[in-house]
Design a protein around this ligand. Structure first.
Ligand code: MTE
Length: 426
């Protein structure tokens, strides 16, 4: 997208504390398995078979009946249908901007394969001039904009919850990625159609239809209008994106149009967007009204009383050190990512590690870029022979990760200190 305005565009990330790609770790283990051997082999296998058969152009690669990878993806497949797959932490740490092949995919239903030239976006509700726009019209009418933002699923780290088994996709730590998103700002579009009195929420609807028992409905949700129009924010708070990392969106990431809401959980960044409704109330769509809430049980009354989740929870993850680190003398470098909480403008302030069960903490070096709504990479030397390392992050608003995470029925926003258990002999 040559003409995209480069408002916060950054094409050359600053020094990354440790930008190299490490081989999968064999000497260190996470407190929960990151990649099952079978899962890892399946994802590599799917990629390899696809390439050797020359299926690069086909939308899906099939290795066997259970594994389906979109072309060019190298992910751990959590469910094949709908397709849900996550990145591997070592791979994710090799680039501050996550390449497409490592970017997680979270789908609730089948992936629509839409034709860009035929796609229409409808804008309706509490607006003066309801409008239908093609993608070409959208990009002609409004200034183009690019922003960088980290997208993460609210269910990331679900498989670390202790307590009763939680349903849903059993995410490890890789349902997260950082990308450059290009398109137009939602604020510009809403200003153009004119907001009526009483407008408070902006609903989004995607073209995917989710079948749930006897019902079917599109994926959707909403965000508060004040987030969209936040005049104090240096960066736009909601984008209608057509491109990811300077390439047109791929089908699995929402082509030809999706929302990107920096600082909010991934569920608010609706893919295959075909309808926007401005309303005086939050969306009644299942994924806003019922799912994506922090609830102690799944009784209807509990669900209805709970607020929807919007902002990302502060989090941080370390990669297990490379296998050959064990052969070195002296310290081992631990590295990872840290993601600030979703408050506008929040950045990572501190990442700390503890090798004595949280009694004392040592600060990690935070790399650059370290900017709002994006993860920051960090690194810290640790002594060989350490048995266990805890990691926690704090952001510029003072939010910090808790030692323990309270169980919730849907398994969202797990962000307790991460523990790496290191093997003997290192
Ligand atoms: N939009 C639609 N239409 N359908 C979906 O299933 N999943 C949401 C969101 N937008 C979803 C969607 C969730 S839960 C997440 S975390 C992000 O998309 C994931 O975006 P990605 O698949 O591009 O990584």
């Amino acid at each position: 997208m040559g003409q995209v305005l480069a408002t916060n565009r950054r094409t050359t990330p600053g020094p990354d504390p440790s930008p190299q790609v490490n081989p999968p770790c064999i000497f260190y283990a996470m407190n929960t398995p990151l990649v099952s051997r079978r899962g890892f082999l399946q994802s590599v296998g799917a990629f390899g078979i696809g390439l050797s058969c020359g299926w690069r152009g086909s939308p899906l690669l099939r290795a066997d009946d259970t594994v389906v990878q979109p072309a060019g993806k190298r992910l751990i497949v959590r469910t094949a249908d709908p397709f849900n797959a996550e990145g591997v932490v070592d791979k994710l740490l090799s680039n501050w901007i996550t390449p497409l092949e490592s970017f997680y995919v979270r789908n609730h239903g089948p992936t629509p394969h839409l034709v860009t030239a035929e796609h229409q976006l409808s804008i309706e509700g509490l607006v003066d001039r309801p409008l239908k726009l093609s993608i070409a019209e959208l990009l002609q009418k409004f200034p183009k904009y690019q922003t960088t933002a980290t997208l993460t699923c609210a269910g990331n780290r679900r498989n670390e919850f202790q307590g009763p088994k939680i349903g849903g996709v059993q995410w490890g730590t890789g349902a997260v990625g950082n990308a450059q998103w290009s398109g137009v700002t939602l604020a510009a579009v809403l200003r153009h159609v004119g907001l009526q009195n009483g407008a408070r929420h902006v609903w989004f609807e995607g073209a995917d239809i989710i079948k749930d028992k006897a019902e079917s409905y599109p994926f959707g949700g909403s965000i508060p209008l004040e987030k969209v129009l936040d005049v104090d924010a240096a960066l736009p708070q909601a984008l209608l994106a057509t491109h990811m990392n300077d390439q047109p969106l791929t089908a699995e990431h929402g082509a030809p149009l999706r929302t990107i809401v920096p600082g909010y959980i991934g569920a608010r960044s609706v893919k295959w967007l075909n309808r926007i409704v401005v309303s005086d109330r939050p969306s009644p769509n299942h994924y806003l009204a019922h799912a994506y809430k922090l609830i102690a049980d799944e009784k209807l009354a509990t669900i209805e009383a709970a607020e929807p989740i919007y902002e990302i929870a502060i989090n941080s993850i370390a990669a297990a050190p490379a296998a050959d680190a064990a052969k070195d003398t002296g310290d081992i470098t631990l590295r990872g990512w840290a993601l600030p909480g979703g408050k506008t403008g929040s950045t990572i302030k501190r990442v700390e590690i503890s090798t004595d069960d949280g009694q004392s903490w040592k600060a990690a070096q935070i790399g650059t870029p370290n900017q709002a709504a994006c993860w920051a990479f960090w690194s810290v030397p640790i002594a060989r022979g350490s048995q266990s390392v805890w990691v926690r992050a704090t952001d510029s608003t003072g939010l910090t990760q808790p030692r323990e995470m309270v169980w919730n029925a849907k398994g969202y926003q797990y962000n307790a200190w991460q523990q790496l258990k290191l093997s003997q002999g290192n």
